[in-house]
Ligand binder design. Structure first.
Ligand SMILES: C[S@@+](CC[C@H](N)C(=O)[O-])C[C@H]1O[C@@H](n2cnc3c(N)ncnc32)[C@H](O)[C@@H]1O
Length: 131
Protein backbone atom coordinates (compact mmCIF):
# COMPACT_ATOMS: atom_id res chain seq x y z
CA UNK A 1 0.00 0.00 0.00
CA UNK A 2 1.00 3.56 -0.54
CA UNK A 3 0.16 6.66 1.40
CA UNK A 4 0.03 10.17 0.14
CA UNK A 5 -0.54 13.58 1.59
CA UNK A 6 -2.60 15.80 -0.60
CA UNK A 7 -3.77 19.34 -0.86
CA UNK A 8 -7.13 20.76 -1.76
CA UNK A 9 -5.76 22.06 -5.05
CA UNK A 10 -4.00 18.83 -5.89
CA UNK A 11 -7.22 16.80 -5.66
CA UNK A 12 -5.54 13.43 -5.23
CA UNK A 13 -4.31 13.01 -8.80
CA UNK A 14 -1.24 11.06 -7.71
CA UNK A 15 -3.24 8.64 -5.58
CA UNK A 16 -5.44 7.89 -8.58
CA UNK A 17 -2.46 7.64 -10.96
CA UNK A 18 -0.61 5.21 -8.68
CA UNK A 19 -3.59 2.98 -7.93
CA UNK A 20 -3.99 -0.25 -9.89
CA UNK A 21 -5.54 -3.69 -9.54
CA UNK A 22 -2.29 -4.78 -7.82
CA UNK A 23 -1.78 -1.63 -5.77
CA UNK A 24 -4.02 -0.07 -3.16
CA UNK A 25 -3.28 3.56 -2.46
CA UNK A 26 -4.35 5.59 0.56
CA UNK A 27 -4.63 9.37 0.39
CA UNK A 28 -4.41 11.09 3.75
CA UNK A 29 -5.05 14.71 4.66
CA UNK A 30 -6.34 16.80 7.53
CA UNK A 31 -8.48 18.77 5.11
CA UNK A 32 -12.03 17.51 4.64
CA UNK A 33 -12.37 19.70 1.54
CA UNK A 34 -9.26 18.13 -0.03
CA UNK A 35 -10.47 14.60 0.65
CA UNK A 36 -13.96 15.37 -0.65
CA UNK A 37 -12.53 16.64 -3.97
CA UNK A 38 -10.21 13.65 -4.25
CA UNK A 39 -13.02 11.18 -3.60
CA UNK A 40 -15.13 12.84 -6.26
CA UNK A 41 -12.35 12.68 -8.83
CA UNK A 42 -11.42 9.09 -7.94
CA UNK A 43 -15.01 7.88 -8.27
CA UNK A 44 -14.82 8.20 -12.05
CA UNK A 45 -11.38 6.59 -12.39
CA UNK A 46 -10.84 3.03 -13.61
CA UNK A 47 -9.06 2.07 -10.38
CA UNK A 48 -11.46 3.70 -7.95
CA UNK A 49 -11.70 0.46 -5.96
CA UNK A 50 -7.97 0.58 -5.25
CA UNK A 51 -8.10 4.04 -3.67
CA UNK A 52 -9.00 5.03 -0.13
CA UNK A 53 -9.17 8.62 1.10
CA UNK A 54 -8.95 9.41 4.78
CA UNK A 55 -9.34 12.62 6.77
CA UNK A 56 -6.96 12.24 9.70
CA UNK A 57 -3.86 13.62 11.36
CA UNK A 58 -0.62 12.10 10.08
CA UNK A 59 0.86 12.39 13.57
CA UNK A 60 -1.83 10.36 15.35
CA UNK A 61 -3.47 8.25 12.62
CA UNK A 62 -3.41 4.48 13.23
CA UNK A 63 -3.71 2.51 9.97
CA UNK A 64 -4.55 -1.21 10.06
CA UNK A 65 -1.19 -2.19 8.64
CA UNK A 66 2.15 -0.54 7.80
CA UNK A 67 2.93 0.57 4.25
CA UNK A 68 5.29 -0.72 1.56
CA UNK A 69 5.80 2.80 0.30
CA UNK A 70 4.95 6.28 1.50
CA UNK A 71 5.03 9.20 -0.90
CA UNK A 72 5.38 12.53 0.85
CA UNK A 73 4.76 15.31 -1.65
CA UNK A 74 5.81 18.59 0.00
CA UNK A 75 4.35 17.63 3.38
CA UNK A 76 7.68 17.47 5.22
CA UNK A 77 8.74 20.88 3.97
CA UNK A 78 5.34 22.38 4.94
CA UNK A 79 5.44 21.42 8.61
CA UNK A 80 7.07 23.34 11.43
CA UNK A 81 10.82 22.75 11.72
CA UNK A 82 10.41 21.61 15.33
CA UNK A 83 8.04 18.85 14.20
CA UNK A 84 10.54 17.19 11.89
CA UNK A 85 11.90 14.65 14.40
CA UNK A 86 8.32 13.52 15.14
CA UNK A 87 7.66 13.34 11.39
CA UNK A 88 10.65 10.99 11.06
CA UNK A 89 9.58 8.66 13.86
CA UNK A 90 6.01 8.57 12.51
CA UNK A 91 7.31 7.63 9.05
CA UNK A 92 9.32 4.81 10.63
CA UNK A 93 6.19 3.57 12.45
CA UNK A 94 4.01 3.73 9.34
CA UNK A 95 6.45 1.88 7.05
CA UNK A 96 7.14 -1.85 6.94
CA UNK A 97 10.68 -2.72 8.00
CA UNK A 98 11.73 -2.95 4.35
CA UNK A 99 9.35 -0.17 3.27
CA UNK A 100 10.42 2.78 1.19
CA UNK A 101 9.94 6.48 1.73
CA UNK A 102 9.75 8.68 -1.35
CA UNK A 103 9.82 12.40 -0.69
CA UNK A 104 9.29 15.26 -3.06
CA UNK A 105 10.73 18.48 -1.72
CA UNK A 106 9.49 21.92 -2.58
CA UNK A 107 9.77 21.99 -6.36
CA UNK A 108 11.29 25.46 -6.48
CA UNK A 109 13.49 26.53 -9.35
CA UNK A 110 15.59 29.20 -7.70
CA UNK A 111 18.84 28.48 -5.92
CA UNK A 112 17.44 30.05 -2.76
CA UNK A 113 14.43 27.72 -2.74
CA UNK A 114 16.54 24.68 -3.46
CA UNK A 115 18.88 25.58 -0.64
CA UNK A 116 16.03 26.12 1.79
CA UNK A 117 13.71 23.29 0.84
CA UNK A 118 15.86 20.63 -0.72
CA UNK A 119 19.51 20.45 0.19
CA UNK A 120 19.01 21.33 3.83
CA UNK A 121 16.22 18.83 4.19
CA UNK A 122 18.25 15.97 2.78
CA UNK A 123 20.78 16.58 5.52
CA UNK A 124 17.96 16.38 8.07
CA UNK A 125 16.68 13.15 6.56
CA UNK A 126 19.99 11.37 6.77
CA UNK A 127 20.18 12.34 10.43
CA UNK A 128 16.62 11.35 11.30
CA UNK A 129 16.61 8.06 9.46
CA UNK A 130 19.68 6.90 11.36
CA UNK A 131 17.91 7.38 14.71
C1 LIG B 1 1.98 21.75 1.08
S1 LIG B 1 0.49 20.85 1.13
C2 LIG B 1 0.85 19.44 0.15
C3 LIG B 1 0.71 19.74 -1.22
C4 LIG B 1 0.12 18.63 -2.07
N1 LIG B 1 0.97 17.48 -2.11
C5 LIG B 1 -0.10 19.19 -3.42
O1 LIG B 1 0.58 18.79 -4.33
O2 LIG B 1 -0.94 20.06 -3.54
C6 LIG B 1 0.51 20.13 2.74
C7 LIG B 1 -0.74 19.32 3.00
O3 LIG B 1 -0.57 18.69 4.25
C8 LIG B 1 -1.82 18.67 4.92
N2 LIG B 1 -1.51 18.51 6.33
C9 LIG B 1 -0.92 19.40 7.15
N3 LIG B 1 -0.75 18.88 8.38
C10 LIG B 1 -1.27 17.61 8.33
C11 LIG B 1 -1.37 16.58 9.27
N4 LIG B 1 -0.93 16.72 10.53
N5 LIG B 1 -1.92 15.42 8.87
C12 LIG B 1 -2.38 15.25 7.60
N6 LIG B 1 -2.28 16.22 6.65
C13 LIG B 1 -1.74 17.39 7.02
C14 LIG B 1 -2.46 19.99 4.56
O4 LIG B 1 -3.87 19.94 4.73
C15 LIG B 1 -2.03 20.14 3.11
O5 LIG B 1 -3.01 19.61 2.26
Amino acid sequence: MLAWIMHENQQGYDVIAMASSERNVVGLDLSEAAIAKAKKLAASSANANSTTFIVDNFFTWQPNEPFDLIFDYTFFCAIDLKTRPTWASRMAELLKPDGELLILMFPGNSLRNLERFSRGNFVHFSLYLRV
